[in-house]
Every structure is written in structure tokens, then in C-alpha cells.
Design a protein around this ligand. Structure first.
Ligand code: SAM
Length: 395
């Protein structure tokens, strides 16, 4: 009979990664995270003993004597994520290096560090490199990989980077086995009565409801992109105020020119001079621009004008025909994500289903905390495939 393999999980959150390892037959020796609520949820749902611990310090006394085969670690990604400010000096960034340090002190045979793609790019990649160098200097071979979660049985566009490190004679680590295709519709059916499923329809006649009514599947509210997928505010007059054909032409011209005539002074677009808009529209636009300023569609920036609101990426409606965007901590907020058919955000259970959590897994804490846990997690089906590859490798 083969020996039972074991793992230690650092920055375990509520245990997305760990579910996969337990499902693949690994025995968890220790799991740690600084967040008490996450550890409370972890304790209720996993067999591995979970501990509240600050892993930023080098004190590893909590796991003295443990000899895991594998260490998995999911240090925070907020400082690397393009959704955030990507501050190079975010103190959480160095936790990638702390994770490598702890893994080496545990002398495990395999280490898997997981994070967002931004952790490997540009200046931010320095932390990843330091962690890699430390593992190599400690006798490990390493390989950095990108995984696309939709290839691992999760109906979601989510990319993650993995730093895989191993000791031993093998020169390479095998490719991870991909999972079955999963579609969003299957993931979001038969939810009635499930724990953490409390869908809250938007209240009729509220601005949010009226906006939601105008956004079809696979569309989003967006003033700064043309094309079928973007619905600009001027096409929702019942919320944002009516405009004339001439005014809408001006708005569309501004949408196009603000990215074309770049000053490279602000973001990915710049405010415009009136004469450039007039030239593009083939006549003086000062009157419609004046009215649009009064209505709030446009704003003045010095002598220039720009759209008042970009709304890029707001009120995205999911579609049955496409994988969902990466589940993040805003998934329950309809101002960011809308259910494919109903005028509401998603429930915690729906977000958990898209991540591949089993229905028996119960979340607790505030709604915001529950969405944070789900959004932070490694999709369990991906984790299970990783665990199975590690098991094959160790055999
Ligand atoms: C991306 S999440 C990990 C998700 C986890 N891998 C999963 O699959 O569910 C990052 C975790 O790091 C934890 N964390 C942040 N700072 C920490 C610290 N100093 N010590 C321990 N955990 C910390 C957060 O509470 C959060 O749960």
C-alpha cells in the first residue's frame, strides 16, 4: 500500500486550494492564515487543522517537527493585481518571499506558490524572482507556469501563475492534467435551497434596475469603448437624461478621439480641444457641447472637455455562452456583475459554484467577507488537478 502523502498550507484563506488536495487524498498537517473568519470557515469545512497565524514573521515554531511532502501557499495578490493600485512597496508583496522561506524551513519535497499574473510582470516580478532564487539556493529546481482555469473544469476566465519547486533527481515537473469543460449554465442551475444562496433582485424603478434592464448578456455599461458589447450611458436616457442625435454624435466623436489624439498625460485617454471635435464632426460643436456639459455627460478640464464618466467594466452581464470573468470580491455587487438573466448580482453560492466549490462547503461571516473568501480562493477543481500531478510526481 502506498504511503499517505501530506501537505501544509500557508495563506490558506477559506481553503480553496486545500479542498483539492484533500479530495486527491492528501492529509493536511497544518493550515495557516491571519484572517480569523477565514480560519473559522476553514475549520468548519476541511479536515486539516487550521490556525490563525501571522506568516510575515520568520518564527515558524507552530510547525516544528512537521514533515510535509508538499507546501502550498497562496500569499496575497492585492499588491500585484491590475484591479488594484499595484503599489510596488505594498507590504503584502514580500509575503511571496516569506512563503518560500517557510516552505524551505519545512523541508518539503514539493512547493507550490500561487498568485496573479501581475506578480511576475515588470518591477513587481522582483519578489517572484527573489522567492525563486531562494528556493534554488536551497536546493530546489523550479518552474514558473501560467494556468488558465477554464481548462481545469471551471467556467471562468481566470489566469494564475504557479511557482513549482521540487527537490530530487527529476529535471522537470510534469504538465498538469487538464479537467473537463464546464459551462456556466450547468454551474448556475439547481440552486434553490442551497446554503449561501440568497439572490436579491434589484428593486424595480431604481436607477440600478433600469440600467440592468438595458444590459444584455455579454454586455456592460461603458462610455469609452465602441462596439456591441458596450452600452453607453446616452443609450439609457431614463437614467442619464435624453440627448439629441447631434449630441450623441458629439459624444461618439469624443469617445473615439480621446483615445486617438493622445497627449499621454492621463490614463489611456485624454481630454479634447473643442476645435478637434468640431473638425471631426465637420462643423462647430460648441452648442451641443455646452448642453452636454450642463447635463453632466461632459466635464471641463482646463480648456479641454472629456466624458464625465467612463463606467468601464461596470454592470457586466454574464452570458450562458461564455465563461464568467474571474470571480473577484465584487461579484455580489450588481453594479459590477449581473446575473445572465435576472436583474441582480450573484449570490455567494453562485460565485462559489463558478469557482468549483462543492455545495456542502458553507461560508459564514458578513456578505462582503464571504465574497472575499470565494474571490481569493484557488478554484478547487484546479487544485485537485495540481494535487494529482504532485501525487504522480512523488510516486
Ligand atoms: C489569495 S488568499 C489565499 C487563498 C487560498 N489560497 C485559497 O485557495 O482559498 C491570501 C490570504 O493571505 C492571507 N494573509 C494576508 N496576510 C497574511 C499574513 N501576514 N499572515 C498570514 N496570512 C495572511 C489573507 O488573509 C488571505 O486569506
Amino acid at each position: 500500500m502506498s504511503r499517505e502523502l501530506s501537505f501544509v498550507s500557508l495563506f490558506c484563506g477559506c481553503g480553496g486550494m486545500d479542498i483539492g488536495f484533500e479530495q486527491a487524498g492528501f492529509r493536511g498537517l497544518f493550515a495557516g492564515d491571519i484572517d480569523e473568519q477565514a480560519i473559522s470557515v476553514y475549520g468548519r469545512n476541511l479536515k486539516t487543522p487550521g490556525h490563525v497565524i501571522d506568516l510575515s514573521t520568520k518564527n515558524a515554531s507552530s510547525w516544528c517537527g512537521l514533515k510535509p511532502d508538499v507546501v502550498v501557499a497562496g500569499p496575497p495578490c492585492q499588491g500585484f493585481s491590475t484591479l488594484g493600485k499595484r503599489r510596488i512597496d505594498d507590504p503584502r508583496n514580500s509575503l511571496i518571499v516569506a512563503a518560500a522561506y517557510h516552505a524551505v524551513s519545512l523541508k518539503s519535497k514539493v512547493v507550490i506558490l500561487e498568485n496573479v499574473s501581475g506578480a511576475m510582470s515588470g518591477k513587481h516580478g522582483g519578489y517572484w524572482e527573489t522567492a525563486t532564487n531562494f528556493l534554488v539556493a536551497s536546493g530546489y529546481l523550479t518552474d514558473s507556469r501560467t494556468v488558465v482555469c477554464s481548462e481545469f473544469g471551471v467556467p471562468q476566465i481566470r489566469r494564475r501563475v504557479l511557482l513549482v519547486a521540487w527537490r530530487g533527481k527529476q529535471k522537470s515537473f510534469p504538465a498538469f492534467q487538464q479537467g473537463n469543460h464546464a459551462d456556466l449554465k450547468t454551474a448556475l442551475t439547481q440552486l434553490d435551497g442551497k446554503a449561501n444562496h440568497e439572490p436579491a433582485e434589484l428593486r424595480r424603478q431604481t436607477p440600478d434596475y433600469k440600467i440592468a434592464q438595458r444590459i444584455a448578456p455579454y454586455q456592460k455599461l461603458c462610455n469609452v469603448r465602441a462596439g456591441d458589447r458596450a452600452v453607453p450611458t446616452w443609450e439609457i436616457p431614463e437614467v442619464f437624461g435624453s440627448t439629441s442625435t447631434e449630441e450623441r454624435q458629439v459624444l461618439c466623436a469624443i469617445r473615439r478621439l480621446r483615445r486617438q489624439l493622445r497627449l499621454r498625460a492621463s490614463g489611456d485617454a485624454d481630454p479634447l480641444m473643442l476645435r478637434d471635435i468640431s473638425q471631426h464632426c465637420g462643423g462647430d460643436v460648441s452648442k451641443p457641447v455646452e448642453r452636454l456639459l450642463r447635463q453632466g455627460y461632459l466635464r471641463k478640464i482646463g480648456k479641454r472637455v472629456d466624458l464625465s464618466h467612463t463606467f468601464n467594466g461596470k454592470y457586466r452581464r454574464l452570458s450562458w455562452d461564455h465563461p464568467a470573468p474571474a470571480v473577484d470580491t465584487r461579484f455580489g455587487d450588481p453594479r459590477y456583475y449581473l446575473h445572465p438573466e435576472e436583474h441582480r448580482g450573484l449570490s455567494v453560492r453562485e460565485a462559489a459554484r463558478i469557482q468549483g466549490f462543492p455545495d456542502e462547503f458553507e461560508f459564514s461571516g458578513t456578505r462582503a467577507a464571504q465574497f472575499t473568501m470565494v474571490g481569493n480562493a484557488v478554484p478547487p477543481p484546479l487544485a485537485k488537478q495540481l494535487a494529482e500531478s504532485v501525487r504522480e510526481f512523488l510516486r
